[in-house]
Design a protein around this ligand. Structure first.
Ligand SMILES: [Ca+2]
Ligand SMILES: [Ca+2]
Length: 611
């Protein structure tokens, strides 16, 4: 039973930084209809408007020229009444038209017509659409992620480089909870044409009017509340807006189409442990209410209570991948929470030369490092980012959201999960469903696909940290994560040797797999070689007398097959399957064929994701 281990939870405790917020509508607005009948643009073209008509002004099943004539008649009627000049007519993908009008009052008057759904100002460019991949001149952190190598020096004023950021996914359909000081949801970084991708989900501390400074405590409310103040007036400190911008801002963000949900757990004077617990509690219930939505939580927070720790662990058990800032004390990350929660993804900060930030916490609980010095992201217009639309901030708070964005990319297209403590990746068979969005699979994927040994200053501390740098170039579509070469090799080390890979061995197996260029059967052969490399290694055979003398004897083959069951499927062999494999091996000596059967079977693949 060397390989079959029960999932052991080792918890640690304490927390980090925080901020407060306001909140609560659980419902997202429909993306197809703006909340008002007249919509202003960021950069309007004077006197030009787009009029969107009700769909039923003309049926879809009549000929194009009939539809066109009908819409044109309505448009001309409006133009005549309000002194306008009709431009484009839209009759198919949209029922409506573009028009030049003498003033805004005329446009508002048209918007009141019962045939009109809404009127919006025509505008140039910037409907705040996120750039396509590759994004030119990105923040240095994004520039570095697509290669996993710290990027050239950024411009000291803008934080941008002359490089590019390529990405294969943008977090569509994924929710990122931001437990922080709130989000200015009206910032252009979060805007799509009709709605913001950021919403105020829960206010777990108090109502704060950033403009007036009025703070209304509601400790007596017992639950996280909704409400106040206006969407642009709920992040008094600016921390949460900046963090959210790095996760999913249009130009500053890693995952440019993720939904951002603000869970406010503190204010300008810091996070409050009881509010952090309330926020994690609220978030967990919110996820359970919509379990099929894949979710990740960013906690750029440090506090220090055991209750926070166990609350966060329970959120992870319920399928929420938690990304925690390592903390900014230049000390062991085990001293703060939630960085000390082993099952969280704990993130330290490095600069563009790959050097650990002098403030970043360190130690074995730091899973990986990410960009955390001079990070350009959205300014809330107050607190620590009072001026302009962006500002540069440093610290592990700004490293963690890069990882959160990468997780959102990984989660895109995967079904959300709850009860992830029931079928842990290192637990026992049987496995069922598609568990690829469970935090243990997610964390292993992010860690295994990080770039090794490109950082400095991470081993010179009293306790060394893993020399791993976040990389997004390997993030796949929603395939089974075991298809990923690094994830595959990582999993063999854990399953057979019960340890993380050493960098030399890891790179060796991975580069063999990569050299196949994804071509079958080369890739299959290299996977088989990797598994055989593990089970036939001295390290594995030590202490297993039946395997001590590699030879195709019945005794050796019997134990060989048993170990494949234990290590790959996490169960004892059933007698039928066991006998079949052994008798085949006894007669053919074809170990490749035996290993092929295990790693391509649905029982093995279901441990990690879908068949
Ligand atoms: Ca790049
Ligand atoms: Ca961890």
């Amino acid at each position: 039973m060397q390989c079959f281990k029960n999932f052991a939870i080792s918890l640690v405790v304490v927390a980090l930084l925080v901020f407060p917020l306001t909140t609560s509508s659980h419902k997202q607005e429909s993306p197809r209809t703006p909340p008002v009948k007249f919509l202003k643009a960021q950069k309007p073209i004077p006197n030009r408007y787009i009029v969107v008509l009700e769909d039923d002004v003309v049926p879809d099943n009549v000929p194009l020229d009939v539809r066109r004539a009908r819409v044109a008649a309505i448009a001309n009627g409006h133009a005549q009444t309000h002194g306008g000049k009709v431009d484009f007519i839209y009759e198919t993908a949209l029922k409506g038209y573009a028009i030049e009008l003498p003033n805004e009052a005329a446009a508002r008057a048209i918007s009141n017509s019962p045939q009109v759904r809404w009127v919006e100002e025509d505008s140039i460019g910037e409907w705040a659409q996120a750039p396509a991949s590759p994004q030119p001149s990105p923040p240095w952190g994004l520039d570095s992620l697509d290669s996993g190598i710290p990027a050239p020096s950024p411009d000291p004023t803008t934080g941008l480089t002359s490089g590019s950021y390529g990405f294969n996914a943008n977090g569509t359909g994924v929710t990122a909870y931001v437990l922080d000081s709130g989000i200015n949801t009206q910032h252009t970084q979060f805007m799509t044409p009709f709605v913001s991708r950021a919403s105020i989900a829960a206010n777990c501390f108090e109502f704060v009017n950033c403009v007036s400074g009025t703070q209304t405590a509601f400790f007596n409310q017992q639950v996280c509340a909704s409400g106040l103040p206006s969407p642009s007036n709920n992040d008094c400190y600016g921390h949460g807006t900046h963090v959210a911008g790095t996760i999913g801002g249009n130009t500053y963000g890693v995952a440019k189409n993720v939904n951002l949900r603000s869970v406010k757990v503190g204010s300008t004077f810091g996070p409050v442990s009881s509010a952090v617990i309330a926020g994690v509690n609220w978030m967990t219930a919110d996820h359970q209410a919509s379990p099929s939505t894949p979710v990740v939580a960013n906690m750029s927070i440090e506090v220090a209570t055991g209750a926070v720790e166990s609350t966060v662990q329970n959120a992870i058990n319920q399928g929420i991948t938690v990304v925690a800032a390592a903390g900014n004390g230049n000390t062991n990350a085990n001293s703060v929470s939630p960085a000390n929660v082993a099952d969280a993804l704990t993130v330290g900060a490095v600069d563009w030369n790959g050097v650990r930030s002098p403030v970043s916490n360190w130690g074995p609980l730091v899973d990986l490092f990410a960009p955390g010095v001079q990070i350009a992201s959205a300014a809330s217009g107050g607190g620590i980012c009072p001026v302009g639309t962006f500002c540069l901030l440093s610290g592990t708070s700004h490293a963690a959201p890069h990882v959160t964005g990468a997780v959102a990319q990984y989660l895109q297209g995967r079904p959300g999960q709850v009860n992830c403590n029931v079928n842990p990746i290192q637990g026992g068979s049987p496995f069922s469903g598609n568990r690829s969005a469970c935090p243990d699979r997610v964390s292993r994927f992010i860690i295994a696909t990080a770039r090794m040994n490109v950082l400095s200053g991470v081993s010179s501390t009293p306790l060394p940290s893993a020399n791993r740098y976040l990389a997004t170039n390997a993030l796949p579509g929603p395939t089974n994560p075991i298809e990923n070469n690094q994830f595959f090799v990582w999993s063999q080390y854990i399953d057979f040797l019960n340890r993380e890979p050493d960098s030399v061995g890891f790179s060796n197996w991975v580069s063999n797999l990569n050299s196949c260029g994804g071509t079958w059967p080369c890739i299959n052969n290299e996977r088989i070689h990797a598994v055989r490399g593990m089970i036939e290694s001295t390290e594995f055979r030590t202490g297993k007398p039946a395997l001590s003398n590699p030879s195709s004897t019945n005794e050796y083959n019997t134990e060989y097959v048993r170990q494949l069951y234990l290590c790959l499927l996490h169960r004892e062999p059933d007698s039928g399957g066991w006998a079949t494999y052994v008798s085949e091996l006894n007669s053919t000596g074809d170990y490749d064929h035996t290993v092929h059967g295990f790693i391509n079977g649905s029982e093995y693949r279901t441990r990690f994701g879908q068949h």
